[in-house]
Design a protein around this ligand. Sequence first.
Ligand code: ZN
Length: 81
Amino acid sequence: MTPRPVCVPCKREMYPKENGVTVLFNSKSFGPYQLFHADLWECNACGHQLITGYGHNPISEHGSPTFAEWAADAFITVEEQ
Ligand SMILES: [Zn+2]
C-alpha cells in the first residue's frame, strides 16, 4: 500500500473522508465537459481537504445522455484555468 497524502503544514497523513465523490470539470471556453469519480481526503488536524484518486476514465462526458443528471449532482465543480 502506498503512503497516504500528507498535509504539509501539519506533517500528518490525511484520511479518506468520502470515496466516489463526483467532480465536474468546467472549461473556460467550452463549459462543463467531463465528470470523474474520485476520493475526498481530509486532514484531521486542520481540516484541509483535497481530491485525488480519480478513476481512469470519466463517468460521463458532455454529449452523453447521463451528463446533465450527473453534473447536477456533482460534489464540486473545478474551474479550469
Ligand atoms: Zn493539516
